[in-house]
Design a protein around this ligand. Structure first.
Ligand code: TA6
Length: 287
């Protein structure tokens, strides 16, 4: 019988995490943010997610790596700069609803419900569930229910950090997509080339995409992403911005690329009272 899982304290912090191990993978998930931090594929003998070795495991502070969830907005709050960047979900304590194991691996269900705290940031009643499948591949499902008497608008993104040698890597799947260049006055541009390569800081929001991307390193190493959410964000902080990040080693910009999937910018979602919406993403080392 494979070791089911165990709850553990992260580093020397108060944060609790769930350690998963089965025949397919080893994984680590924090209750803060409902965030998967690590996913090691045993078949591929490699990590599919990057986690900063300077990540800070502090209550209420986003953990640098894995897949933090940006919700109910992406980026800075549109009208109130005092509110946390990328929303409050990744800084909040989620509930562990269930863990089940079957022949395909472990299925971990976590939930975040509205509270007095969340309503200070976003005055709506909701139930947000994240189902994390740790098997041969990593699958995440996002389910949001509007429990409020009125319609609300939200944005979200799985802010995924992928391990790869940045300067030897390229991102495929965004050819002919238009993007908002966050480093050039948020100008709207079109990506004509087939691939994205990295030669400087890059920070692009693609509101509408196919949802299918890959990160290719040195022609061989691939990570494949398939998402039912249609927006994508591609980011690498490069040298100078990394120096300003206290939870990333100065040279670590060379070791990861963020390809984030969600519904952002013009593709934010209006959800009517009593309705729900689901999105899913699959991350694998094989197509
Ligand atoms: O990945 C896109 C982005 O919005 C970048 O602009 C950068 O700020 C990144 O998210 C990280 O944000 P964070 O708040 O986690 O430091």
């Amino acid at each position: 019988m494979t070791k089911q899982y165990k709850a553990l304290k992260l580093a020397n912090s108060e944060l609790e995490a769930i350690e998963i191990s089965n025949k397919f993978c080893d994984a680590l998930i924090t209750l803060q943010g409902g965030q998967i931090l690590k996913f090691f594929s045993k078949k591929q003998n490699k990590d599919l997610l990057w986690l900063s070795d300077l990540a800070e495991y502090e209550t209420g502070k986003a953990i640098r790596g894995g897949i933090p969830l940006c919700f109910p907005w992406f980026g800075g709050h549109p009208t109130n700069t005092n509110l946390p960047a990328h929303g409050f979900a990744r800084n909040s304590l989620w509930q562990l609803t269930s863990i089940n194991e079957d022949a395909t691996g472990h299925h971990i269900l976590l939930e975040l419900n509205d509270s007095e705290t969340t309503r200070l940031y976003w005055n709506y009643a909701f139930k947000l569930e994240m189902l994390i499948h740790c098997g041969e591949d990593l699958k995440l499902e996002f389910k949001l229910q509007n429990l409020d008497p009125q319609t609300f608008e939200f944005g979200f993104a799985w802010h995924s950090y992928f391990p790869t040698k940045t300067q030897n890597s390229q991102v495929l799947g965004l050819q002919n997509s238009s993007y908002i260049d966050q480093l050039d006055g948020n100008q709207i541009k079109t990506q004509t080339g087939e691939v994205i390569i990295f030669t400087a800081e890059l920070d692009r929001i693609y509101p509408k995409t196919s949802g299918q991307f890959s990160i290719q390193q040195n022609e061989q190493d691939h990570i494949y992403i398939k998402s039912t959410a249609k927006s994508a964000v591609v980011w690498n902080p490069w040298i100078e911005k990394t120096k300003r990040l206290t939870d990333v080693r100065d040279d670590a910009w060379q070791d990861f690329i963020c390809v984030e999937m969600g519904q952002v910018a013009t593709e934010q979602v209006h959800l009517a009272a009593g309705q729900h919406v689901c999105y899913a993403v699959q991350i694998s080392a094989v197509p």
